[in-house]
Write a protein that binds this ligand. Structure first.
Ligand SMILES: Nc1nc2c(ncn2[C@@H]2O[C@H](COP(=O)(O)OP(=O)(O)OP(=O)(O)O)[C@@H](O)[C@H]2O)c(=O)[nH]1
Ligand SMILES: [Zn+2]
Length: 387
């Protein structure tokens, strides 16, 4: 696939050192090239990726290195991870002409403010590492909610357990996380003894971009330092200029790692809130939706209605009460968000909502089905009901 001629990347020379700092070090793939080709810009002379967002300037990786460029005067404002068309301004200096449509987007919708406007924090990440430390009790809803939001962002979640060297608690937490992650890959790591780091690297798709999310103290910075430190050790390379500050995480930025993946270091992303998780909700709770679809009454409250499959599953212990409650809670929050959004957003939301069963996570449903069948067998043996 070719990018339109006249672009700096027409003759990329992947193996030449001069492009090592260009987009190729920052996740440029044939798929990205196709994406550029699908959104041509007649004035463009090159392409780039936004590596860092400062207050007045953007740091952009272009074919011949890293450039500081001003924000575009019109159109979408770029965020870290954006792919952009570059072309000359009237004075002949390079400028950002356009931002490519994003394949994924990490955004914060401020649920408790009047506005339901989104603040986009980062774009075009492939994997979102949801960091769960073993050294504190699991807050169930947080993991589920975060996974829902990640699915909805367009990226693939990967649960990263940290501090696994704290052995006295690790096994317990790991088991619980795997259960709650419901089909999402889980990798167990320790920056302390280095275990799991290679496996983590291998879970990121080739030339993929990964970002880490997690509560304060979860071990994100330590993990990032391990990943980045390993890169520096392996290549023995000391970067200069714009990379001076890469260990002090003061700005969101992209850091190329040794295996051609890209780490999106986003210290600004802290309490990752709940976003428009319509589709994501289906992904995480498809089994619940499926059960509810079998209710005899369309407006079933899943309380005392006769033969309610949801209630039945809860009673059999097939559907955890806690999980059911977090599903209800999430539904309420989404409904509240949707009310605040404009009409177009509401329509989109309802469309997604209708599709949710279709898009539900299969592995989770089959696991649930298995448990359900087990439960049925056990119920036949006179197992006590909770309710
Ligand atoms: N035992 C052990 N401790 C760890 C490990 N990784 C991180 N820690 C410790 O956990 C604490 C928090 O780690 P950070 O990396 O600062 O956590 P963070 O997620 O970046 O925290 P914020 O910057 O507040 O968001 C530090 O005291 C680390 O030394 C690990 O693999 N094993
Ligand atoms: Zn019901």
């Amino acid at each position: 696939m070719h990018i339109p001629s006249g672009n700096a990347l027409d003759n990329p020379g992947i193996n030449t050192p001069s492009t090592a700092e260009g987009p190729f070090a920052y996740g440029y793939t044939p798929a990205v090239a196709r994406h550029f080709a699908a959104h041509p810009n007649p004035e463009a002379t090159g392409t780039g990726r936004v590596v860092r967002v400062d207050r007045t300037l953007l740091l952009v990786a272009v074919a011949d290195g890293l450039l500081h460029l001003p924000y575009p005067l019109t159109g979408d404002q770029p965020v870290t991870g954006d792919w952009v068309w570059i072309g000359p301004n009237r004075a002949g200096a390079r400028q950002i002409l356009a931002v490519l449509p994003r394949r994924s987007e990490l955004s914060r919708k401020r649920a408790f403010e009047d506005s339901s406007a989104e603040q986009v924090l980062a774009a075009n990440m492939d994997t979102v590492g949801v960091v769960v430390p073993v050294d504190r009790p699991l807050t169930h809803n947080r993991l589920e909610r975060t996974l829902v939001a990640v699915w909805d962002s367009g990226a693939t979640p990967l649960v990263i357990i940290t501090k696994a060297d704290l052995a006295q608690v690790a096994d317990d937490v790991v088991g619980k996380v795997i259960l709650q992650a419901a089909g999402v890959d889980v990798v167990t790591t320790s920056a302390g003894n280095g275990s799991g780091i290679d496996e983590l690297m291998s879970r990121i798709p080739a030339r993929g971009t990964i970002v880490l999310l997690g509560p304060s103290g979860a071990g994100k910075s330590t993990l990032i330092n391990t990943l980045v430190g390993r890169e520096v050790q392996q290549t023995g390379e000391v970067r200069s200029g714009d990379f001076k500050g890469k260990h002090t995480t003061t700005a969101r930025e992209l850091v190329p790692l040794s295996n051609c993946t890209v780490l999106m270091d986003t210290p600004g992303v802290r309490g990752f809130g709940l976003f428009d998780a319509g589709e994501g909700l289906g992904g995480m709770f498809g089994d619940v939706e499926e059960l509810a679809a079998g209710c005899r009454f369309a407006d079933c409250s899943h309380g005392t209605e006769p033969g309610c499959p949801v209630r039945d599953a809860i009673d059999r212990g097939v559907l955890e009460e806690r999980r059911w409650n977090s599903y209800l809670k999430m539904q309420r929050e989404l409904a509240a968000l949707a009310r605040r959004s404009d009409v177009a957003a509401q329509r989109a939301y309802h469309r997604e909502w209708q599709q949710k069963v279709v898009s539900a996570g299969k592995s989770q449903r089959s696991a649930e089905r298995e448990a359900y069948e087990r439960g049925s067998r056990n119920a036949g043996k006179g197992r006590n009901r909770k309710r």
